[in-house]
Design a protein around this ligand. Structure first.
Ligand SMILES: Cc1cc2nc3c(=O)[nH]c(=O)nc-3n(C[C@H](O)[C@H](O)[C@H](O)COP(=O)(O)OP(=O)(O)OC[C@H]3O[C@@H](n4cnc5c(N)ncnc54)[C@H](O)[C@@H]3O)c2cc1C
Length: 766
């Protein structure tokens, strides 16, 4: 998201307010996962109300703050991070927007000020014993008698009904109408005769939900919202109204911080749990997933602001937010381990006069938090119901391109669609043919694509990583074989950061016009990525250098005419330009996993001139590798989107058991899961692409987060695409298998998922 100075000022203002106004005891209760009572909520409500901030989403005419979604997001995040209680949603965020949109003038003037100042506490009377996910099957009846409705029935799971003054309630007013019709939206005074409650004790031992019995409760007609029998429309409006609070990023970050601190203090096997390799891996994965969700949230907000939303945003964020919060709570209870056995419900009702909890008391309280949080994948629409909604789209969230990026994307897509052969019908040249000597490479040069990221003084266009990612995404979608990633991107970015010598300049100019396409020979005998120039040494001999050693699995290494070889010399790790035909250089290999050639290269007393040493690889190589990783992630995004599209089309067309496969929920949910993992990977890739490439620690952390997330998404999407194509998925004749193999190849290039999870952890702790 672009840096917005106004938003930064606003964030500072919110922080200052929280520092000054959030009572310390309330903060402690929230941070320690203690149960909040009515007084706690009301106290915070009053403080916010006095500041004019209790109703961020309300228009100013009703006394609201009328903030943009971005501001609300900042406010929610800062409040959660500081340990402020969440405001109770039923009045402020649920019934109030419905009253504003559909209520009578009297309802607006009577109820809205009382919601704003906290005078009335509201509860939500939707669910019934026989009506849960299928809410329209509700059976509570409201009969019209004169100027009143007489309501009879039972509501259940009603949160905080014991505190409530008012309930907004769905009741059937026309029993003969079809399910969603004949329902009305009524506002019921909880003190009315005939209203009674039974508290329901939950798993953690708390009592926040209730059964509500309605026995001939008389409700004045003035408490009917909008028109009779049209309540379903208003109920749906309510559910769709608050679209962007669902990810609860602030809370996730706060709990993650709590988890990190607690795991550092909890001793297991004689060391902090945070240092246990299995637990540390889990922690890092949660950190990466939290970062991904934060970016997905911002991306969807930005799209909504531009009017480009597609309607499933709330479901995507609710599902991802619930899943993440529950995973963090699981890790928290696992941090407690055997201390969890001592849990008692009273652990969530501490007397702070006796002082704060010890670490052991904190650990003992964890099961309460963990068990309580099971609710969030059930209320407000269960995970399964959210996936039903997401699957209806099963479309990726289109990329957020600038105008220039869109133009580039269109031009590349047009060329590849018209000219580039489908993977299964591709005739591949011999493995030792120059991979850049194809008509397409020529065309890429003519279109200016080869010089896109190269310096202007070498005939390039000096474009940044976002443009290169636009290109790579299209190259992924069409499974381009030419060595754009290995040569143009990796070597181009590396060379442009080398000392400005004649050889470097000539090479870059050749790369921009398509006559040169060097590839990097870097990985040593174990074929893994490391920055130490493994496997090859360089010694000064006379005027030149002598290279000895082995480089493994060099992409496009069989056909490339020029190699950039990293080698350890007296000064560090040098970068050497070596012609492929040089005496003492031999290559072995052939067409590999994804049809492109991979070579093992042996250098035996290979003599090169002094000028072959282009400079020290070090920082330049680290930066070029990170940029290429992000480019590879973009390529993977293009491939994953192609797989998702192909799989969606296949299950819509293929019929079994008398219906399209897409009619089966098991298939729909698989598509939804594919989409969700693609979107998380997309968020991290674009965050990395748009970050400052000269900020080395940030760049490295984001590139590794993106590479790990893309690796995991690629694995899942690849496997599910094969699975959902059935036997067809196993053939070489479809593009699916070719896409899957390229995804595997990307996974093992410049560090695999394991490598990048470790690297992310190291960089995040540095
Ligand atoms: C702590 C808590 C607080 C709540 N607060 C309130 C409140 O204040 N007011 C209120 O009105 N309600 C409240 N609810 C109720 C909540 O909205 C419902 O529990 C929820 O809608 C699910 O309904 P159900 O419990 O009847 O489950 P069911 O609908 O019976 O679902 C059971 C399981 O079947 C799955 N399932 C159901 N339908 C489908 C489908 N079509 N496809 C695939 N899977 C399906 C569900 O995902 C779930 O896993 C609360 C619930 C909880 C747990």
């Amino acid at each position: 998201m672009p840096h917005d100075p106004e938003l930064k000022d606003f964030r500072d203002e919110v922080r200052a307010f929280l520092r000054g106004q959030l009572p310390a005891d309330l903060r402690r209760k929230v941070l320690d996962h203690q149960r909040l009572d009515k007084q706690d909520f009301q106290r915070w409500h009053r403080i916010l109300h006095e500041r004019g901030w209790v109703a961020p989403n309300w228009p100013a005419e009703f006394g609201g703050a009328n903030w943009s979604i971005e501001r609300r997001n900042v406010f929610d995040e800062e409040c959660a991070l500081a340990g402020a209680p969440e405001t109770v949603p039923f009045g402020l965020r649920m019934v109030a927007p419905v009253i504003m949109a559909y209520g009578s003038d009297w309802q607006k003037s009577h109820f809205l000020p009382r919601i704003l100042n906290g005078q009335d506490w509201w509860c939500q009377g939707y669910s019934e014993p026989g009506a849960g996910s299928d809410l329209a099957s509700l059976s509570t009846r409201a009969r019209r008698v004169g100027d009143t409705y007489v309501v009879t029935g039972q509501k259940t799971w009603t949160t905080y009904a014991q505190y409530a003054d008012m309930m907004f309630c769905l009741a059937r007013t026309d029993p003969d109408a079809r399910a969603q019709q004949g329902i009305s939206f009524l506002l019921i005074d909880m003190r009315s005769p005939g209203v009674s409650l039974r508290p329901i004790r939950t798993l953690d031992g708390g009592e926040e939900i209730n059964e509500v019995f309605l026995d001939d409760v008389v409700v004045p007609v003035s408490h009917l919202v909008g028109e009779a029998d049209r309540g379903w429309t208003y109920a749906k409006y309510l559910l769709s109204h608050e679209r962007f609070g669902a990810a609860r990023i602030g809370r996730a970050k706060r709990e993650l911080g709590h988890l990190q601190r607690l795991a550092a203090r909890r001793m297991v096997d004689g060391r902090p749990l945070a240092d246990d390799p299995v637990f540390a891996h889990r922690l890092t994965q949660l950190e990466i997933d939290t970062l991904a969700l934060e970016q997905t949230n911002l991306r969807l907000i930005a799209r909504d602001q531009r009017g480009a939303g597609h309607g499933a945003e709330a479901s995507i964020l609710k599902y991802l937010g619930s899943t993440l919060a529950q995973r963090i709570s699981e890790a928290l209870v696992d941090t407690a381990g055997a201390h969890a056995l001592a849990y008692q419900p009273a652990a969530l009702e501490r007397d702070y006069a006796q002082g704060g909890p010890t670490v052991e008391q904190e650990l003992e309280a964890m099961p309460g938090f963990y068990l309580n949080l099971r609710k969030i994948s059930i209320y407000g629409g269960t995970d399964e119901v959210q996936k039903n909604l997401i699957a209806k789209l099963a479309l990726g969230v289109a990329d957020d391109y600038t105008e220039d990026e869109r133009a580039l994307d269109d031009a590349v897509a047009r060329y590849l669609q018209d000219q580039y052969p489908a993977p299964a019908s591709r005739v591949r040249s011999a493995a030792d043919a120059d991979p850049a000597a194809t008509p397409h490479w020529r065309a890429f040069a003519d279109m200016g694509l080869l010089g896109l990221g190269l310096p202007a003084d070498a005939g390039g266009m000096d474009a940044g990583l976002p443009e290169l990612c636009v290109l790579m995404q299209q190259f992924g979608r069409h499974l381009v074989d030419e060595p754009y990633d290995a040569s143009t991107l990796l070597c181009g970015q590396l060379l442009r950061r080398m000392p400005d010598g004649g050889a470097v300049r000539a090479l870059l100019a050749g790369m921009a016009d398509g006559t040169a396409a060097p590839v990097l020979a870097h990985a040593g005998p174990d074929a893994e990525w490391a920055l130490d120039g493994g496997g090859v040494t360089a010694e000064r001999r006379g005027e030149g250098w002598v290279l000895n050693g082995v480089k493994r699995r060099v992409p496009h290494g069989m056909g490339a005419r020029q190699l950039l070889v990293t080698a350890r010399d007296a000064a560090g790790v040098g970068l050497f330009l070596v012609q492929a035909g040089e005496a003492g250089l031999t290559r072995a290999g052939g067409a590999g996993l994804d049809g492109r050639s991979y070579a093992d290269i042996a250098l035996t007393a290979c003599q090169v001139a002094a000028a072959a040493r282009l400079g020290e690889a070090g920082a330049a190589l680290a930066q070029a590798a990170d940029m290429t990783r992000v480019g590879l992630c973009a390529e993977a995004l293009g491939i994953m989107q192609a797989l998702l599209d192909a799989t969606r089309d296949h299950v819509a067309a293929r019929r079994q058991f008398g219906q399209a496969l897409s009619g089966f929920q098991a298939v729909q949910h698989r598509l939804a899961d594919m989409l969700l993992s693609l979107e998380q990977a997309r968020s991290l890739t674009w965050t990395a692409a748009r970050s400052d490439p000269d900020d080395a620690p940030l760049r490295g952390r984001l590139a590794s987060a993106a590479k790990a997330s893309c690796g995991q998404a690629a694995r899942y999407i690849g496997q599910q695409s094969i699975q959902l194509h059935g036997g067809m998925g196993m053939t070489d004749e479809l593009a699916v298998g070719h896409h899957v193999k390229r995804l595997l190849a990307i996974e093992y290039t410049l560090g695999d998922t394991r490598h990048h999870i470790n690297r992310y952890r190291q960089l995040a702790r540095a």
